[in-house]
Design a protein around this ligand. Structure first.
Ligand code: UDP
Ligand code: MG
Length: 348
């Protein structure tokens, strides 16, 4: 294991440098973290593809499946996988906590010198992992999958995702790669830094970037889902986008100042034109109504934005963990012989 780099004051650059020097050239442990929610159709192929691809990394590996409250037979299939493969571990969460929490639960449990996060649905090919390991061995602390192409997505999702990534990158005050998802390899130092952060609600893509470690892209083609369906409706995607922005940036709060500036300019312009130009009473009333409506809309949006931040602050103050582990099934402990871990929820 390499040195931990997290501290109360943030990542410790010195121990990070030491970690880089001691990075294993051949063996060492690689952890694979896989959040799973209703993936019964694909999970067995995912395991087969992973165990076929990982030996070429030259590292020992553990595969951590986090069952995020699946309602189909995903958990049964995962138990069978763990029963037949000592390298697989299943972490069963007590309900559906969401992908971000499932990934965080996996990171908290991972023991590897490097940790790869990958979706369960084979959209991100496991065969790219050896390239990520190579990139890590060459000195990258974060080897993130950057999408060269994305099959099986609607043009609407492609355009909105691309616009959102760029908009998001412009909001956060540290470099964050665009056209990437959660498929990435993290050095142990980065995992420790992220897991050491006190916040409960998390958007991992920005937390990893926030730690400031060296990030390098590994280009790949993202495939269509071979089976099953996306867990993200448009509504859930919008919620995720709002969460991403509000958990990572305070710019929306400050935007009220810009809105106030716009409003004041419009107000002064309307007042001047009302004084200087001969207008009928009707035009004047319409102008005043427009300004009052605009002011109302801006004020209401500002209150709504403040409300969103207050909700997130309230949830943080409550201090509840972001996930609860119901049971952990170790790969070598045979089918169903996992141990319960009701307090498992390290405060994420
Ligand atoms: N996922 C999860 N919990 C959820 C939703 C999704 O663990 O509440 C997992 C899901 O099983 C998959 C990954 O997160 O492994 C990404 O989900 P999905 O493929 O639906 O997202 P998309 O690729 O469509 O953006
Ligand atoms: Mg997917």
């Amino acid at each position: 294991m390499t040195n931990a780099a997290s501290s109360e004051s943030g990542p410790d650059i010195l121990s990070h440098r030491q970690a880089r020097q001691s990075r294993p050239g051949s063996r060492g442990l690689l952890s694979i973290v896989i959040p799973c929610h209703n993936e019964e159709e694909v999970i067995e192929s995912t395991h087969r593809r992973l165990v076929a691809a990982l030996p070429s990394t030259g590292m020992d590996f553990e595969i951590l499946y986090i069952d995020d409250g699946s309602r189909d037979r995903t958990l049964d299939r995962l138990e069978a996988i763990a029963a037949g493969d000592p390298r697989a571990t299943v972490i069963e969460l007590s309900r559906n906590f969401g992908q971000q929490s499932a990934m965080s639960a996996g990171l908290a449990r991972a023991r590897g010198d490097a940790v790869v996060i990958i979706d369960a649905d084979l959209q991100d090919p496991p065969e790219v992992i050896p390239e990520m390991v190579e990139c890590w061995r060459c000195g990258a602390d974060v080897a993130y999958g950057r999408r060269r192409s994305r099959d099986g997505e609607t043009w609407f999702k492609l355009v909105t995702a691309s616009c959102f990534h760029r908009f998001f990158a412009s909001l956060v005050p540290y470099p964050i790669p665009v056209d990437t998802g959660d498929f990435k390899l993290l050095d142990r130092a980065v995992v420790d830094a992220v897991c050491g952060l006190p916040e409960k609600r998390r958007y991992l893509r920005s937390l990893v970037a926030w730690t400031g470690f060296r990030q390098e892209p590994v280009w790949y083609d993202r495939h269509a889902r071979p089976a099953g369906e996306t867990k993200y409706s448009t509504r859930k995607l919008i919620r995720l986008a709002i969460d991403a922005v509000m958990l990572s940036s305070d710019t929306p709060l400050r935007a009220a100042w810009w809105a106030a500036g716009v409003l004041a300019t419009v107000g002064v312009g309307c007042t001047l034109s009302a004084c200087l130009m001969p207008t009928s009473d009707g035009t004047l009333v319409a102008g005043i109504a427009a300004v009052v409506t605009l002011a109302g809309a801006i004020q209401t949006s500002a209150v709504a934005i403040v409300g969103e931040y207050v909700v997130r602050t309230y949830r943080e103050v409550q201090g509840r963990p972001s996930w609860v582990v119901k049971r952990t099934i170790e790969g070598d402990s045979a089918a169903g012989a996992g141990h319960a871990d009701h307090h498992g929820s390290r405060a994420a």
